[in-house]
Design a protein around this ligand. Structure first.
Ligand code: BDP
Length: 695
């Protein structure tokens, strides 16, 4: 057990009673027609059931028998067509229904959809029910995803390094493609399809135009052909200056007719190879990337030029809003200031891709004020699954609570209940083009994601992309059962440990709304002292603003007025130090060290308390894990045991370095009930990590 099988382990059910019940309920599988996608469904259901039920589950043909599992679409199966199943008219192309019913007089279970793709999703869902030991004798399930494009963003470079990747090298073996197809590509596709992920952007947002050259497009085509029957479309990142770099033009001005013609023919070239190519993801005029701003053109003019090129092929453009120019007084405000005036200017096949928070994937951020502020533009969400700022490869931090916090945040854009989720699923403004992206955490590590628990974040992202109403806890429950065991003595403590794990990271890294205190460039470890860089917003002192008087960033109307970007009820809450939720206190306010917080402690004492609480949580996780020894396989047990030990050391390091540093401003002691830092501030400041991964 090395983790390679992810949540698709299909180990035999050990509870004999449950096993008998499932065996009785499923006597065989009947799939009447064939297609590349249905063949995958057939293979997966047979692999899954044979594994779980520990034996031969026959593939049936002809008449149904008692206990048949009948799978297909009304178009492909007469038996299913006859049933006139409830719910089929309510679901979209990716949806499915699962009914316990009777077919030609025999009790049967039916997994049906309007498309083969929906059937495949239904099959994975049915397997999940058994994997998590749910009853299957009285099913009446009707499901459709709420968001149309559920995409992974790979920050993978063509040399196979992965920006912010902590799980080895890129999965894409560019040098061997298109001739050699690593079998791992199939398992990648299976994992994604099992969650409903239906798109993959193969290349880094910091893009290289080389991937658009014919030789590389042949490689991309090979992957696209492989992923297609799993319902996964391929997308690429477009480097805005590609017409100059590989096209020999002198400009990349989006209004220049030669530039437009170049993109049009490049796009045609792609679609000739990949008729269902998804489109482009673009990072423009951000962190040194080229873009329309280089020619005094707006983001809309840049995006629309590409959108027009892909439109005849039904392609889309995902244009990122992650911009922050060095001249702005507050990085928090930058994306909003640049993008809101463009609301309504983007063509219909453009989505603006917005990070969950206004800065950059911090352990905690308030929701990005762009959500709700561009009612005439399709906005999509960008989450980071890879944990650049949350302990990277090793720390156990379950991200579903972070994702949920962002999705459930109320923008009040159209009154109470205007959640971020409703902005991105289109229900708030009636958008028809909807999407969500997660920056992937996958790589060549045998367990795919660097640590076993990082798999849970890929899983959680996919499940929420399908249905953002699922709770973080329900998703953790599924994942633990599928990945480890259904034994409640394991499931319950592990779930509990996961549920508080992200909050623990917040506590030991960035409590009370602090943010962006990580080591320079690599973002590994604490470095709140970083100052004097070429850009102020690339320093850390810019974000915490600690002085003898207090700490925190005044973003109220007295400060940078970033609060003014939120709808009035939210704005009023963040404006008022007493009404601002404490988790965002120092995000929006510069607060005196002796300010009393809700616990009755002073700000300084509360910081000390929270940094310690984070460390204690990690210690508790270690204890919990130790108590579970022997309940799962040795190898995965040991891996996590060792990683938790690393996490404890690093949590202590974060706490001690941060408190030693902030103490130079607060001038106050660490109350005596707490551990004191093991080293001096100078020691922490002297640590260097030139080979930290992921840059
Ligand atoms: C930051 C990362 C950087 C990315 C950038 C982005 O540090 O590696 O290129 O975001 O999203 O989080 O473009």
């Amino acid at each position: 057990e090395d983790g390679y099988d992810l949540w698709l382990r299909y180990q035999p059910i050990t509870d004999t009673e449950a096993l008998e019940t499932y065996r009785d309920a499923i006597s065989g599988v009947l799939i009447e027609s064939e297609s590349p996608t249905l063949d995958i469904a057939r293979e997966e259901i047979s692999r899954g059931l044979n594994g779980l039920l520990g034996g031969n589950v026959p593939m049936l043909s002809g008449a149904p028998e008692d206990g048949a599992l009948i799978i297909g679409t009304p178009q492909g199966s007469e038996m299913i067509a006859e049933l006139d199943l409830e719910g089929l008219d309510q679901i979209n192309d990716d949806g499915f229904v699962i009914h316990s019913t009777s077919v030609r007089g025999e009790p049967a279970t039916v997994i049906a959809a309007n498309t083969d793709q929906g059937v495949l999703y239904g099959v994975y869902h049915f397997l999940r029910l058994i994997q998590t030991q749910q009853p299957i004798d009285d099913l009446a399930l009707v499901q459709s995803p709420r968001i149309e494009r559920r995409v992974l963003n790979h920050w993978d470079n063509l040399d196979r390094t992965v920006e912010r990747g902590y799980a080895g090298f890129s999965l894409w073996e560019w040098h061997k493609l298109p001739d050699y197809l690593n079998p791992r590509y199939i398992d990648y596709a299976r994992a994604n399809a099992s969650l409903g992920i239906n798109g993959t952007v193969l290349t880094n947002v910091n893009a290289d135009a080389t991937v658009l050259m014919p030789r590389y497009l042949d490689k991309v085509k090979a992957l696209a052909d492989l992923f297609r029957p799993y319902g996964i479309r391929v997308y690429l990142t477009a480097r805005f200056s590609a017409p100059m770099e590989i096209g020999g033009l002198e400009t990349a001005d989006p209004l220049d007719p030669d530039v437009r013609a170049w993109w049009q023919s490049k796009v045609d070239e792609i679609y000739e190879r990949i008729p269902d190519f998804g489109g482009f993801l673009v990072k423009a005029n951000s962190e040194g990337q080229p873009g329309p701003g280089d020619y005094d053109r707006s983001h809309a003019e840049g995006a629309n030029m590409l959108a027009d090129a892909v439109a005849p092929h039904d392609g889309i453009i995902m244009w990122r809003a992650f911009v922050y120019s060095p001249v702005a007084d507050d990085r928090h405000k930058q994306a909003y200031d640049e993008f809101v005036p463009l609301d309504g200017d983007f063509h219909d096949n453009v989505l603006v891709q917005v990070k969950n928070g206004p800065i950059d994937f911090q352990p905690r951020e308030p929701f990005n004020p762009l959500f709700g502020a561009m009612p005439s533009t399709s906005l999509m969400m960008e989450f980071q699954i890879t944990k650049e700022y949350l302990g990277q490869g090793t720390h156990l931090a379950y991200l579903a609570p972070l994702f949920k916090e962002a999705l459930d945040a109320d923008t009040y854009a159209q009154g109470e209940g205007s959640t971020v989720a409703k902005v991105i699923d289109g229900s708030l403004s009636g958008d028809t083009l909807t999407a969500i992206a997660g920056v992937a955490n996958t790589g060549t590590d045998r367990n795919w994601t660097g640590s076993h628990f990082n798999q849970a974040n890929w899983y959680a992202y996919g499940r929420l992309a399908w249905n953002h109403d699922l709770s973080a806890e329900a998703i953790a429950d599924e994942w633990v059962r599928m990945t480890y065991t259904n034994d409640p003595d394991f499931v319950e403590p592990v779930k509990a440990m996961m549920m508080g794990s992200r909050e623990a990271v917040v506590d030991y890294m960035t409590p009370l709304g602090l943010h962006h205190l990580m080591g320079e460039s690599h973002h590994y470890g604490p470095a709140p002292w970083i100052a004097d860089r070429e850009r102020e917003d690339w320093t850390n002192v810019y974000y915490h603003r600690a002085t003898r008087d207090g700490v925190g960033f005044d973003r109220t109307s007295e400060g940078t007025n970033a609060v003014g970007q939120y709808a009035p009820p939210v704005q009023e809450m963040f404006e008022d130090v007493d009404r601002t939720p404490e988790k965002y206190l120092l995000w929006f306010h510069h607060v005196p060290w002796d300010h009393e917080v809700s616990s009755g402690r002073t700000l300084w004492d509360e910081l000390v308390y929270r940094y310690n609480r984070g460390v204690e949580y990690v210690r508790d996780m270690r204890d919990t894990w130790a108590s579970l020894e022997g309940m799962i396989d040795e190898q995965r047990y040991r891996d996590t045991e060792a990683y938790l030990e690393i996490q404890e050391k690093e949590a202590i390091w974060w706490r001690d370095a941060s408190l030693s540093y902030f103490q130079t401003f607060s001038g106050q002691e660490i109350p005596e009930e707490y551990e004191l830092p093991a080293h001096t501030l100078e020691y922490y400041q002297s640590l260097k990590f030139p080979f930290a991964p992921g840059i």
